[in-house]
Design a protein around this ligand. Structure first.
Ligand code: MN
Length: 248
């Protein structure tokens, strides 16, 4: 078997501990290329930069960094930097969970999605809690999943993986999950800037609303790694049958 080629990206930036841990964990088992944003672009979702050009620079450790979004990074990597199509794209390890509705805003999931849209299997990895505790365990879990692979799935898949911040030996195992749900986001935080102008900070996400059986929230709260297969088709198939367009 030839050495697997893996493209690695994230949304926390190329200097983040999570991407270094992920790259270090995968380097012994794959030919890795890291292409990541030059700064923290968490919350970038699937944005592409269309109003200015992108630059690609290379750090002394070999990582490429781009003055753009996670989607920009994977897009540029696949269409300009890499000589061959990678066998897999992995994103992360993100600082903080990407579960439930968070996945829509996530740059971590978006980097994986960009690869998926190019027909490449992709996995997004996040740690449930911020602060990087037990990061080595999350990196080992990532390696376990990459080594195992998903031969039971179609050749192109998109997985969202959330790892509880536990020691490797304390992780109970893996659970396949669906996305849970949150309540509406908290309101913006209103402040005055030093000039007396109104400014607003986007507030925290809403509290968890559906953490029931089978959800990502439920699995991780019980010490399991949550693995959610994602799809991109936003069509509401029930309403597609219900909607009536016989207007006069
Ligand atoms: Mn992030």
């Amino acid at each position: 078997m030839s050495f697997m080629k893996i493209l690695i990206s994230n949304d926390d930036g190329y200097l983040a501990p999570g991407i270094v841990a992920l790259a270090d964990a995968l380097a012994p088992i794959a030919e890795i290329t890291v292409v990541a944003p030059d700064s923290n672009r968490s919350g970038a979702s699937n944005a592409l930069t269309l109003d200015r050009p992108l630059t690609v620079q290379r750090a002394s450790n070999g990582y490429y960094f781009v003055n753009g979004t996670p989607s920009d990074c994977v897009h540029v990597a696949l269409t300009a930097i890499l000589k061959e199509k990678p066998d897999l794209i992995v994103s992360g390890i993100n600082q903080g969970q990407n579960m439930g509705d968070d996945t829509l805003y996530s740059g971590t999931v978006a980097a994986a999605t960009e690869g998926f849209l190019f027909g490449i299997p992709a996995i997004a990895f996040s740690q449930v809690d911020k602060g990087w505790s037990c990061l080595d365990a999350a990196a080992k879990i990532a390696r376990d999943l990459v080594e195992r692979g998903f031969p039971e799935l179609p050749t192109t898949y998109l997985l969202n993986v959330n790892v509880p911040n536990l020691l490797y030996g304390d992780i109970k195992g893996f659970r396949k999950t669906r996305l849970g749900k949150r309540h509406m986001s908290e309101p913006v935080i209103h402040m005055l800037d030093p000039h007396g102008r109104d400014i607003y900070w986007i507030g925290p996400p809403g509290a968890v609303k559906d953490a029931g059986d089978g959800t990502d929230f439920d699995a991780t709260s019980k010490g399991y790694v949550s693995v959610t297969p994602l799809q991109i088709d936003l069509t509401n198939h029930v309403q597609l049958h219900e909607i009536q367009l016989d207007l006069p």
